[in-house]
Design a binder for this molecule. Sequence first.
Ligand code: 4NP
Length: 159
Amino acid sequence: MNPRSVLFVCLGNICRSPVAEGVFRHALSKRIGEQAALAWKIDSAGTSAYHAGKSPDPRSQASARLHGVDLSKQRSRAFEVADFNAFEHILVMDSANHINVCALAKHPEEKDRVQLILEASFPGHNKPVPDPYYGGDQGFESVYQLLAQASEDWLDQWL
Ligand code: 4NP
């Protein structure tokens, strides 16, 4: 069965996971076409609710826009237990996200579906997507590049 549901998770759902969501949808549309991509359920969430309801960080939006990816319609929300049922794949940005999401799992099978997003690009390296929140614009561009490559690598596995 093709995976048709993916949730991207970071801490605030305003910097990294909105980019992951946007760039993945963009990459998927390029591969299978916009119409077919609509059949996929793609979303993002934060392990905290600090920024619930807010748009992605303007720096994330700007760096994505430079690459033709529009994040403006996304709004931050907190990860919830129901997401384990709603999404087949839960891709997290770093080990803290991994711990926080797995702490909410009720079954071992749910934990198995939580993976570091860079695992597809750097298997076995436990490599995080660095949090660019307190850094400069270059951090956002490098996050974009990591997530664009990760999207391609997951799609190579799934399609
Ligand atoms: P994100 O970045 O987890 O990539 O959305 C952060 C956004 C906000 C905060 C931390 C990280 N914060 O502490 O408010």
